[in-house]
Structures are given as structure tokens and as C-alpha cells.
Design a protein around this ligand. Structure first.
Ligand code: SF4
Ligand code: SF4
Length: 320
């Protein structure tokens, strides 16, 4: 089923009215909620969500395709900053991956719910849209200078993510069962874990981006949260699809893809982009000179990783 995004930049009044109506609806609900409860946090959240939908989504849809990658970064910052701010000010616990493991052992519902929705169930439908549109780490990495890096280190360096994931799991299990430490999910210890983890990931991510000249280096090699995201996004209904007769294998999309995915190698075989590296950022759609790509809902199984390893130019192979 085709999904809206015609790539022509043509404004459709019906489509453009949807975000405006949703924005006004959110604000109306927020005012009613505030009038009934006097809860300013709820009012702020609903006002912000309304503004995001109206201004963010509306602007994105109204912009010409070549401006949409910039608009996505702005929208991602709006979503990621709101989610991070909410996670911190509402004190719902340690949202780092260790927080999930502590949360499962300790029964911390907000942490488990966050992972269940955003990292397990969500990717079954929307793939790794979290990474491309909502991640509070990615929102900062995407502002760094190397947006269209073509550099992916050859070999299976992506396996470091799995090592990181299992090291975090083992650390929590050891702390819980051997040392009797049970405080990593909520309370003051949880927030220390969370803020400490944030600082560590930002430092590592920015350092890796600058050293490897690749904004998304942390995502490609080290992020432990990508492990469940990659696992569940194999079955994602939403993926990038293509129109093979329109594609002339010019590779513009490959050059601009922040995750170095060999998009035309899927499209020319009549497949959707089956890589679990895809963050659905849609850059490929917006830069394709032949309007050959679009979002689509369907059922297929991903996990086929066709990755562009350069330099040296032309050296290509399978990735993790
Ligand atoms: S940019 Fe478009 S035409 Fe060029 S390789 Fe990619 S999908 Fe094909
Ligand atoms: S394949 Fe397209 S949507 Fe997926 S990460 Fe690459 S540019 Fe973004």
C-alpha cells in the first residue's frame, strides 16, 4: 500500500489541513485537561505535542523534497528533546538499557513500558523509526558535520553492539544476584545511572562521529539499544520500497544514506529495503532524482544486509 509522500513538493490542501486540525485538537484537549486538573505538566505536554504535529509535521509535508532532510533533523530534535525532558522531569526511572534490565528485575513499569512500546512492539510496525525521528542521542549526532558520510569500517564491527548489550545484561545480573544491588532502576540511584549513561553515550557518540567522520558511527558500531531494534524491525510493516523501472542505479541515495545502505541493490531486485540498519530517515526518498522511492506498508522479512563499505570506493560486502 502506498504511503503519502509523493516527493514532488506539491501541496495537497487536504493533507496539509490534517496537522493543523490535529494541532488545534491537541491544544483544545490540553486546555480542557488543565481546566479540569490544574496540571501544568499535562498542559505543557499536550501543547508541545500539538505544536510538533502542526508546525513540525505541517512544515515537513509542505517543504520541497531537498529541504526535508533538514526538516527531519529539526523535528527529531523537537521529539527527542521532549521525550528526554519528560523522562528526566517526571522521574520515571533509568531509561538506559541497564535500566530496562533492572526494571524487569525490580518491576519498574514505566521503564518496561517505554521499551515494550518504543523498542519491541513499535519496530514490528514502524521499524527503526525511533532511530531516525525520536532518539535523544541521534538528535544530537545528526547535528554534527558528517551527515552523508560514506565511511563504514569494513568487517563485522557492528557486532560490538551485541557485545555491549550482553555486557550490560551481565553487569546488571551480577550486581543484582551476586552483590545484592537492586537500585539501578528508579529513585536517586536510577537517575544517577540515567544521567551518567546519557553523558557517557553522548561523549562516545560525539567522539566516534568526529574521529570516524560519521555522525551515526555510535549507532552503527556501539549502540546496545539497536540490538532489540534490529531484531524486531526485521518484521516491520513500514519499509522503503522502490519502483525498479525508474531506478537507473545512479547511487545518489547510497551516497546520502547515513547508514550506508545499498538501496538500489534491493529495489532493482523488486525487494523493499530489507536492511535492519534503515532508520526510515527518508533521505533516500528525497534525494532520488527519479522519484523512484517511497514509504510502503507490506509484509516481508528483513535482515538482508547490503551495506556500502567505502573507502576504498567500490569495495562492497555484507555487514552486520
Ligand atoms: S537515487 Fe533513485 S535512481 Fe538513483 S540509485 Fe537510488 S533509487 Fe535508483
Ligand atoms: S535507506 Fe533511506 S530511509 Fe533508510 S537509512 Fe538509508 S537514507 Fe534513511
Amino acid at each position: 500500500m502506498a504511503f503519502f509522500n509523493d516527493g514532488t513538493g506539491t501541496l495537497d490542501r487536504k493533507v496539509m489541513s490534517v496537522p493543523v486540525v490535529l494541532m488545534l485538537g491537541c491544544w483544545a484537549v490540553g486546555l480542557v485537561y488543565w481546566w479540569a486538573t490544574r496540571d501544568l505538566t499535562g498542559l505543557f505536554v499536550l501543547a508541545y505535542v500539538g505544536m510538533f504535529i502542526g508546525v513540525g509535521v505541517g512544515s515537513f509535508l509542505g517543504l520541497p523534497p531537498n529541504k526535508r532532510p533538514v526538516a527531519r533533523r529539526v523535528m527529531m530534535f523537537m521529539v527527542g528533546a521532549m521525550l528526554l525532558g519528560l523522562a528526566l522531569i517526571t522521574d520515571h526511572g533509568n531509561m538506559q538499557i541497564e535500566g530496562l534490565f533492572f526494571g524487569v528485575l525490580a518491576g519498574a513499569p514505566w521503564i518496561v513500558l517505554h521499551y515494550a512500546l518504543a523498542k519491541f512492539a513499535g519496530p514490528l510496525i514502524f521499524g527503526r523509526i525511533w532511530c531516525g525521528w525520536a532518539c535523544w542521542f541521534g538528535m544530537v549526532f545528526d547535528l554534527l558535520p558528517y551527515k552523508a558520510s560514506r565511511y563504514r569500517i569494513p568487517g563485522r564491527w557492528g557486532a560490538l553492539r551485541y557485545a555491549h548489550f550482553f555486557l550490560s545484561l551481565l553487569t546488571v545480573v551480577a550486581l543484582w544476584f551476586i552483590f545484592g544491588y537492586h537500585d539501578g532502576a528508579t529513585g536517586s540511584s536510577g537517575i544517577v545511572w540515567f544521567v551518567g549513561g546519557l553523558a557517557l553515550y553522548y561523549a562516545l557518540g560525539i567522539g566516534m562521529a568526529l574521529a570516524l567522520k560519521d555522525n551515526r558511527a555510535f549507532c552503527k558500531y556501539l549502540c546496545p539499544i539497536s540490538v532489540p531494534l534490529k531484531t524486531f524491525s526485521r518484521y516491520a510493516a513500514l519499509k522503503i520500497a522502490g519502483d525498479a523501472p525508474k531506478c537507473d542505479a545512479c547511487n545518489v541515495c547510497v551516497e546520502q544514506c547515513p547508514m550506508n545502505i545499498r538501496v538500489p541493490d534491493y529495489i532493482l531486485k523488486g525487494e523493499r529495503v530489507l536492511s535492519t540498519e534503515c532508520t526510515l530517515c527518508q533521505t533516500c526518498i528525497h534525494v532520488c532524482p527519479h522519484d523512484a522511492l517511497k514509504l510502503s506498508f507490506a509484509f516481508d522479512v528483513g535482515g538482508k544486509e547490503l551495506i556500502d563499505f567505502t573507502p576504498p570506493r567500490g569495495a562492497r560486502g555484507e555487514g552486520t
